[in-house]
Design a protein. Structure first.
Lengths: 356, 286, 140
């Protein structure tokens, strides 16, 4: 019964998606802000189950049929939560579909090159990545510092905010527009993009940031944003952002287009260019769908108990005071804990005498 | 003229002559007639970059100069003097709360959220020595500080209770003429330490001098343009856990007028990682 | 080389397949699968914070003493958008939580299943499917 509801609802959504594309072709005109610009304001999600890169076996298949897209979406929902030791995402409304993800007829988010995969790294970039991988491997399996991605949480900048790469959750934006600025606040880590619309030049090249320096202008219904000045402390899929001024490379440049194609959809496409890293530019298409607010603050540093625990436990493990970590099992979390309780393996604390 | 009428007239004249409660002396007095340009939605235009220029972030109350807590930082981090921003100061602490404040003042270096690049809270964000950008739309007004990418979202068309508590609070705003009035609640009150709660206290500081609040905080701010490049900023602070009555701070905020002004990115979490996580790290996280 | 190596991500690209991996990092560095626990207590504090909310409950031990346990949960935005707020759980109400204890023995639990006094599962457990369907029609 539930499955049928899923099919029907998904079918309706796909029609909505198809209709959106038609409206785009016929020229949907977004309502205007008081300043006369297309209104992109509101809360939006780009959560999706569509993979970033196209699986190699689908290299020549950029689009699913409607039915294939529905099937893929349903399979993805079913398979999206499989950690035993973890809260259940569905309980927190945090799964992509609960947040507002919709089926996508595309088989990948990368739409150019034609095979739907990020182009090859340049030889220089390959060497860089290999060195990074080797250095990371040499640090061993335990977290040494806060920077190590081994159970710690990096609270400085959430990379997936820009350029937009879908995160497992919290991949939502709150867009607010004034006459001269557009602010896009990203849910995970409350990152923000400040897009100046007044035609000013970019900041000087030595003023680099994690979120980059964004300049926007309108082309009809489309907001075009050019972002440069990414700090070299970033590593976006191999690109170290903007290298020092001594480098011949201009660094990573991001050009995005935001077009509202329906009341509840913004089509977001972006092209990434960095000749020192990739052999050619590449383009991503990532639809944004409207969701409800609010967007509560994400104070990562303040609540980073997991970060402390991962580091503390790593030190205890090194000192032999804690059993080494075993690979995490996957499965249905609720079924697993229920099973433990049934067979009497779960310790019960706080139960009163059997009165109730 | 009847005596009663004369009395009434005199009384009315007196009322008009009394300074408007809450306005700092000299502030806005030459500007009371100023009407700011309006946004296309018809509201007073608060868009832009604003910054406080006082020592409120050191100490909200009037204070003399004093040595800083770190010897090696010498004069660069000594406490400059200040005339205070509290109207009719000092802050009306309850007796036992005042004793706590003195303790916090002693331990500020260890316990102040600012040191750890935690979110500064309200109203502290508004008078920290960093620019605050206001971006104004009909439904939301965003106030964004350069410090730690702190951000406030002011709800302008709804008036709901806070659904959850946050460090920056839940803010509902409305216009009273050309004055933006913001009512904020739903504040988290503690400063968290590590997992074993070192450096954790059940309060948040309002400045570097240990003035503090709990999760009982309620703030009402009044912000309005007093000239092309000035805002008048007042915040009435209430916390029954700490103070015996509400009290109000008042200060001008100055527009950052340099061309092409924009917020820099000051993600200080990165610079304090060793301070915060150091005891559990192997090597430096910088 | 200074700077955070986002090396993990190049591998994750391949893994960003049809089945969306739910966690941004593994919780098993903090909590242990070998410590399944059932805690029965009363709600002392509710912190709906990102990325992981915390519910603190007072649990009475067999010897009569009371221990405060912290139960780590999920993010609050999805809850709030589905009508659950910090006031949904009443202070002092009974709560039973099933989950996994911490590796180092501190009084923390990774909460998997939450049950109120009336036996009803809490958060969106019952409404999960509804929230899912509602999300699809969740247009402003």
């Amino acid at each position: 019964m539930r499955f049928r509801v899923v099919i029907v609802a998904v079918g309706l959504m796909l029609s909505a998606l198809a209709a959106g594309a038609q409206e785009r072709a016929t020229g949907y005109r977004a309502p205007r802000t008081p300043d006369g610009y297309p209104d992109l304001q509101g809360f939006w999600t780009n959560l999706t189950y569509t993979p970033f890169e196209r699986p190699r076996e689908l290299a020549n298949k950029p689009f699913y049929t409607e039915q294939e897209a529905i099937d893929f979406f349903n399979r993805s929902i079913a398979g999206s939560q499989d950690q035993i030791v973890h809260y259940v995402n569905g309980d927190f409304g945090a799964t992509p579909v609960q947040t507002g993800a919709r089926p996508n007829r595309r088989t990948s988010l990368v739409v150019d090159p034609a095979d739907g995969r990020v182009p090859p790294l340049t030889p220089e970039a390959q060497k860089r990545q290999q060195a990074l991988l080797a250095a990371d491997k040499a640090r061993g399996p335990l977290a040494q510092t806060w920077r190590d991605d081994r159970g710690t949480v990096w609270c400085v900048f959430h990379d997936r905010a820009v350029p937009a790469v879908v995160a497992p959750y919290g991949s939502n934006y709150h867009i607010v527009q004034s006459k001269d600025w557009i602010v896009m606040t990203y849910e995970w880590n409350t990152e923000r993009r400040l897009i100046a619309l007044d035609g000013r030049p970019h900041a000087p090249p030595s003023a680099r940031t994690y979120a980059g320096d964004a300049r926007g202008h309108w082309e009809g219904e489309t907001l075009v944003v050019e972002t440069t000045n990414f700090t070299a402390k970033r590593n976006f899929l191999g690109s170290p952002g903007t290298p020092p001024a001594t480098s011949a490379s201009a660094g990573l440049t991001l050009v995005e287009r935001f077009t509202r194609t329906a009341d509840d959809t913004i089509l977001h496409t972006y092209t990434v260019t960095d000749p020192a890293t990739w052999t050619r530019p590449w383009t991503v298409e990532l639809p944004m769908h409207r969701i409800n607010g609010p967007m509560l603050e994400y104070a990562c540093n303040e609540n980073n108990q997991d970060g402390f625990a991962a580091l503390k436990n790593a030190r205890l493990e090194e000192a032999g005071k804690l059993a080494p970590l075993e690979p995490m099992r996957r499965g249905d979390a609720k079924a697993a804990i229920a099973e433990q309780e049934e067979k009497g393996a779960a310790k019960v604390i706080g139960a009163e005498d059997e009165k109730k | 003229m009847k005596r009663a009428t004369v009395a009434a007239l005199l009384g009315a004249a007196l009322l008009v002559a009394l300074p408007r409660p809450g306005l700092g002396e000299g502030q806005g007095q030459g500007q009371q007639g100023y009407t700011a340009p309006r946004t296309k939605s018809g509201q007073s235009d608060l868009n832009g970059f604003w910054q406080a220029l006082n020592t409120a972030h050191w100490d909200l109350e009037a204070h003399e100069a004093a040595p800083g807590p770190v010897l090696q930082l010498g004069a660069a981090h000594a406490v400059p003097p200040g005339l205070g921003v509290v109207i009719g100061g000092p802050i009306p602490y309850k007796l036992e709360a005042l004793e706590k404040k003195k303790q916090y003042a002693k331990n500020a270096l260890k316990e102040d959220a600012e040191i750890k690049c935690y979110l500064p809270g309200v109203p502290r964000m508004m008078y920290m020595p960093y620019p605050v950008q206001i971006v104004q739309s009909t439904e939301f007004i965003l106030m964004m500080s350069e410090f730690a990418t702190a951000q406030r979202t002011i709800n302008m068309t709804t008036n709901n209770r806070p659904p959850a508590d946050t460090w920056m609070g839940w803010s509902n705003g409305r216009w009273e003429g050309d004055t933006l009035v913001i009512d904020s609640r739903g504040f988290l009150g503690s400063t968290i330490g590590a997992l074993d709660q070192e450096g954790a206290i059940e309060v948040r500081f309002l400045d570097r001098a240990g003035n503090y609040h709990t999760d009982g905080l309620h703030v009402v701010e009044r912000i309005r343009r007093t000239g092309p490049d000035h805002l008048s900023y007042e915040a009435t602070i209430e916390d029954p856990n700490v103070y015996s009555r509400p009290w109000t701070i008042s200060m001008p905020l100055y527009r950052r007028v340099e061309p092409n002004m924009q917020l820099g990115e000051f993600k200080c979490e990165e610079f304090v990682s060793d301070l915060v996580y150091g005891k559990y790290q192997k090597g430096s996280g910088q | 080389m200074q700077g955070r190596a986002f090396v993990v991500f190049t591998g994750v690209i391949a893994a960003l397949g049809g089945a969306m991996v739910s966690a941004h990092h593994s919780w098993n560095t903090v909590f242990s699968e070998d410590k399944p626990l059932v805690l029965k207590g009363t709600v002392a504090k509710v912190e709906l914070v990102n990325p992981h909310g915390w519910i603190w409950i007072d649990v009475k031990n067999a010897d009569g003493t009371v221990t405060k346990w912290g139960i780590e949960g999920g993010p609050p935005n999805g809850l709030v958008r589905n009508g659950i707020t910090k006031d949904s759980l009443k202070l002092g109400e009974e709560l039973t939580v099933r989950g996994y204890g911490s590796r180092d023995g501190s009084n923390l639990l990774a909460g998997v299943q939450y049950e109120r006094a009336d036996g009803k599962a809490f958060f969106l457990a019952n409404e999960g499917a509804e929230a899912t369907a509602k999300a699809r029609g969740n247009l402003k």
